[in-house]
Design a protein around this ligand. Structure first.
Ligand code: GDP
Ligand code: ZN
Length: 461
């Protein structure tokens, strides 16, 4: 494939010690040779691949020195993009790096689109789509655990599993083909159907297993979306503020990635909580206060966890009881707040209503009970849900949607086979399932989807 040469700053913006301007494409080395001058006068084009060179960058027309640099020369195809890649390491600082980038752009490179380096790696066949998406997840990973999921995926774990599923479907399709080609042999169908059911059953159960990891994977990647619910004045805002202040906001620190996404996450004992964003929570709270429980149920539907606040100082109201009804099918922890005041609430009744869910007592005002609350959150999250082993997690929304679709088609095929539908009808469902699985690894995706996916990347990746 032929592409023009692209360039971007591929280290975090800001006052880092070293910043890298990366070039990729057919002209990468030629462009570098125009502006790079080593003390010995050697030309990069004559140098071995995967070598590092010291020298100066100079303006082409004036010879003015722009920057002292170390330059990494990596000739394709053994590079991230499979193209010739030049990385210019310069001293940090926004101004310097920008000057180097501008110099490169003036001498024939084009500014890279977000995600374009990764897109090239994909288009040049170096990585498949799920691996490309993993690069993106890695950039956004909020915790160590999420990082491991992304690394595993980049490593091709998910791809390998998906490929083996597709392989199995192909085997079944081959069997079906035999059946269609030799319909006169009755016994062929007798062999085919049970074999098909067995293989399809296996594919279905593997997809189910993978999908079972998805909620966990999503949570690790996006944070446990947490809503704080309770009557006015019970201490919702106070709890929110306490959690944000006590727990360090999560900052990604992956070498060589752009840290441009800062969100309101807190890490509570290894559990990434997404406090939906402060405004969101306040809004939810307002909904509860103004419009009542019925509407708030809607807002709550997407929450992974609800912290249900009760007032230790007041007798349980009908509204409190209704809140219990609202959360009854959800993941929730009851927080009975204001223990520094006189007890008027019936704790036994609370425990009854909580029906086995944890009940924690706190005085947010005096910073008491918060520890216990955090422990309860961690317990809820880790209790048997996160396996000690390192399974293949699926955490990407697009992958999850496709897996569901593929599974539905397999299920249709199984149902049809059991109902005695002719095998050539079943063939269609199987083929569709095979195609859908292919979309996960990018084997049957359309250009538009590819463009949309890669545009989500950070610049310079
Ligand atoms: P919200 O309406 O549920 O968001 O409640 P706020 O967080 O705004 O708190 C309402 C009032 O209760 C404020 O004056 C808080 O300072 C107070 N408050 C919050 N937690 C406690 C607590 O543990 N003990 C006492 N005594 N007051 C509290
Ligand atoms: Zn409030």
């Amino acid at each position: 494939m032929e592409f023009d040469t692209i360039a971007a700053i591929s280290t975090p913006m800001g006052e880092g010690a070293i910043a890298i301007v990366r070039l990729s494409g057919d002209e990468a080395v030629a462009i570098a040779d125009k502006i790079f001058h080593s003390p010995s006068g050697k030309k990069l084009v004559d140098q071995a691949s995967h070598t590092i060179h010291y020298g100066h960058l100079k303006e082409v027309d004036t010879g003015e020195i722009v920057e002292e640099v170390m330059l990494s020369l990596m000739k394709g195809p053994k590079t991230f993009t499979r193209e010739d890649v030049v990385e210019i390491n310069c001293h940090g600082g926004l101004v310097t790096v920008n000057r180097v980038l501008q110099l490169v752009l003036r001498n024939g490179a084009r500014m890279a689109d977000p995600g374009e380096f990764t897109k090239r790696a994909f288009l040049n066949g170096r990585i498949d789509l799920s691996q490309a998406e993993a690069v993106m997840d890695l950039i956004r990973a909020k915790t160590d655990r999420a990082m491991n999921v992304a690394l595993g995926q980049m490593d091709g774990k998910l791809s390998r599993l998906v490929k083996s599923l597709r392989q199995k479907i192909l085997e079944v399709l081959a069997q079906v083909e035999v059946n269609i080609d030799y319909p006169e042999y009755d016994d062929v169908e007798e062999v085919t159907i049970p074999l098909m059911l067995e293989n399809c059953g296996w594919v279905e159960s593997e997809i189910t297993k993978l999908l079972n990891t998805s909620s966990q994977g999503k949570i690790l990647r996006e944070g446990l979306s947490t809503v704080i619910l309770g009557r006015p004045n019970v201490g919702k805002s106070s709890l929110l503020n306490n959690l944000v202040q006590e727990n360090k906001a999560i900052v990604t620190d992956v070498a060589g990635t752009t840290r441009d996404i800062i969100e309101e996450y807190v890490n509570v004992r290894g559990v990434p909580l997404r406090l939906v964003d402060t405004a969101g929570i306040r809004e939810t709270e307002d909904i509860v206060e103004r419009i009542g429980v019925e509407r708030s149920r809607e807002a709550l539907r997407d929450a992974d966890l609800t912290l249900l606040l009760m007032n230790y100082n007041e007798v349980l109201s009908p509204e409190d009881e209704r809140l219990f009804e609202t959360v009854q099918d959800m993941n929730y922890i009851v927080v009975v707040n204001k223990t520094d005041l006189e007890q008027n609430i019936d704790l036994d009744r609370i425990k009854e209503l909580a029906a086995g869910h944890e009940v924690i007592t706190t005085s947010i005002l005096q910073d008491e009970g918060i520890e216990q609350l955090e422990e309860a959150i961690a317990r809820l999250f880790f209790s048997g849900q996160v396996e000690a082993e390192d399974p293949t997690y699926v955490s990407n929304a697009r992958h999850i949607a496709l897996l569901h679709q593929a599974k539905d088609r397999i299920r249709d095929a199984i149902d049809a086979a059991e109902a005695g539908v002719p095998v050539d009808m079943i063939q269609m469902d199987l083929t569709r399932s095979w195609e859908i699985l292919g979309e996960i690894i990018g084997e049957t995706v359309q250009d538009e989807l590819i463009n949309q996916l890669f545009s989500q990347f950070c610049l310079g990746k």
